[in-house]
Design a protein around this ligand. Sequence first.
Ligand SMILES: Cc1cc2nc3c(=O)[nH]c(=O)nc-3n(C[C@H](O)[C@H](O)[C@H](O)COP(=O)(O)OP(=O)(O)OC[C@H]3O[C@@H](n4cnc5c(N)ncnc54)[C@H](O)[C@@H]3O)c2cc1C
Length: 248
Amino acid sequence: MASSKISIYPSSSSSTSNSKPPPGWLEYILVNYRWVIVIFFLLPASFLYDIYYYTRSWVVFRISSAPHNHDKKVANVQRQVRTWDGVAPMCTARPGWQTISFREGAYKKTCHKVAINLVDVLRIDTKTQTVWCEPLVTMGQLTHTLVELGWTIPVVPEMDDLTVGGLVMGTGIETSSHKHGLFQHICLSYELVLADGSLVTCSKDENPDLFYSVPWSYGTLGFLTAVEMKIVAAQRQVTHMEAAQSRL
Ligand SMILES: Cc1cc2nc3c(=O)[nH]c(=O)nc-3n(C[C@H](O)[C@H](O)[C@H](O)COP(=O)(O)OP(=O)(O)OC[C@H]3O[C@@H](n4cnc5c(N)ncnc54)[C@H](O)[C@@H]3O)c2cc1C
């Protein structure tokens, strides 16, 4: 009976005319036994990383150290921008493996890389119903922090690893609301470091041109350092209604 295992390599009898070098043992294992690596290495490593990440964010939010450290971290971004020689383009230093994208950003190799270590929820104001957070806050982190306090953002992109900065600057369009719009429509203001190292905030009333240009600009206008978003009360249950559509 033929083996059901799929191999990417041709059998020895059919490889006479093809003079490709034989695969190395590491490549062979990575391709044919990737489930071993996923189950015994990737999943446990990812589980431990999540425990570390959520515990760290929980502690930082509880002791409220993030707002104080934010100014120092932003000053560090400004310092890196001011050392730019104006020749090679600037980009975030975030490596490809940390993003949700499958693409490895090869363009980053020749860029002036700016490290943005801004990973915390800064403050929640239940009177004005807003949350301020740094761009590398993930959807999972933000949801855990808000729901524990009885709040949520009105539009929650469904993947836990998506970041606020990536959703604003990239194309965060999945999960939208007829009532609240797209992810960028729940954003009330942005704080950015511009190419000259200056720090600006923008909203519909302050620097409105910049405010409306930021979404989907892929970091071309500046480095995002904080975002203010709307929050709404989180219900314990939601009502799910489906309306029958008439046939066309
Ligand atoms: C497998 C997959 C699933 C997806 N699922 C969803 C989904 O469920 N819902 C949804 O809405 N979208 C989804 N997307 C699209 C996703 O929102 C975008 O790809 C988004 O840009 C991902 O952001 P990231 O958090 O990985 O950030 P990154 O990839 O790091 O950033 C995206 C872009 O924003 C720029 N950027 C990030 N942070 C900053 C900053 N601080 N300052 C300046 N520029 C910055 C980066 O330079 C880059 O150009 C998905 C994409 C993939 C590949």
